[in-house]
Design a protein around this ligand. Sequence first.
Ligand code: DGY
Length: 321
Amino acid sequence: MKPKVFITRQIPEAAIRKLEETCEVAVWKYEDIPVPRDVLEKEITEASGLFCMLTDSIDAALIQKANKLKVISNLAVGYNNIDIEAASEKGIKVTNTPGVLTETTADLTFALLMATARRITEASDFLRAGEWKTWSPMLLTGQDIYNRTLGIIGLGRIGEAIARRAKGFNMNVVYHNRSRKPEAEESIGLTYVSMDELLQTSDYVCIMTPYTNETKNLIHAEHFKMMKENAILINTARGGIVNEKDLYDALINGEIWAAGLDVFEEEPVPLDHPLLTLPNVVTLPHIGSASISTRSIMAEVAASDLLKAVNGETPVHLVNP
Ligand code: DGY
């Protein structure tokens, strides 16, 4: 009998076909919304492999229901949606998709930085609303990017890729990380600084840490008070790393100039969220790695690691070795 695999959302066909070669595959594809909990609870009891999304909460209670599960393969580099400890206790492997989304996510992060600095969405809305009466010297003026300082909090693969882009714009790049990265400092031209110095000196503060118990609420009121009045906060990591209430207050009180957010504590962000009322907040619906090519490669990588684990081999991107 073929091992069963459950995929929690429609993914690129090539990845499904690859899994179908050796597994019995079921896909939740009725609506492009997260699979209902009751369906997931039923499917996980018999599945050998679970192919899931960052929108699926794979918690301890769910994992307890798994009888045959060998692997949980997450279509993302972040895996804060999975209870790793509970999976490890049951001997279930967890995999993610690092590396293949680095450049695409860095592209999006830099696009968001530029859009926020130069008020791109606000300007586009202004034109379409018929408010463009004449060219005007200070109309929709934003912040410069070249020669400014970018501070990156969390220098992993994506942080480094953003730093390389920033260097192309002649930016001064500083970073703060749990450990120093002398090679990156040397090859890209980065300066390691304390968190306080980064916040006090950066024109752009880019959040690039993973979301863990330690980084939950990492950036809050105290930090916004340290930042420059012209500073722009960019977050394409996870919403919960930044205290959204404190960010709102900092923007309203003019402690910082603007924010570009691809991620929110609650996703989809409720439409009555206070941050959505501010013109100096540029928002995106968590699309950091969303290029056709990258999402297809992520699906292939996740499928390939799932198959390895189901066949008793060690996956390439194992989160809980
Ligand atoms: C990830 O991979 O963690 C991103 O947030 C989604 O691509």
